[in-house]
Design a protein. Structure first.
Length: 64
């Protein structure tokens, strides 16, 4: 794994609340831009990213 990826992984795990907020905001923007056409794919990506950071305990709609 590259040094950059290792650092990004470490920072995301240390600041999972900030990383999760960014993931949720990016997901919402993607849903808005696609008109909801890819909601399930976007939500799946959000869950995967939140799982990577160890976060995701309290997403907006209560689903994991």
């Amino acid at each position: 794994m590259s040094d950059f990826m290792h650092e990004a992984e470490q920072m995301a795990s240390e600041h999972s609340d900030v990383a999760d907020k960014g993931v949720q905001e990016a997901g919402q923007m993607a849903e808005d831009k696609t008109g909801g056409k890819f909601d399930s794919e976007i939500q799946g990506a959000e869950q995967k990213a939140e799982g990577f950071t160890g976060g995701g305990q309290g997403n907006q709609d209560g689903n994991q």
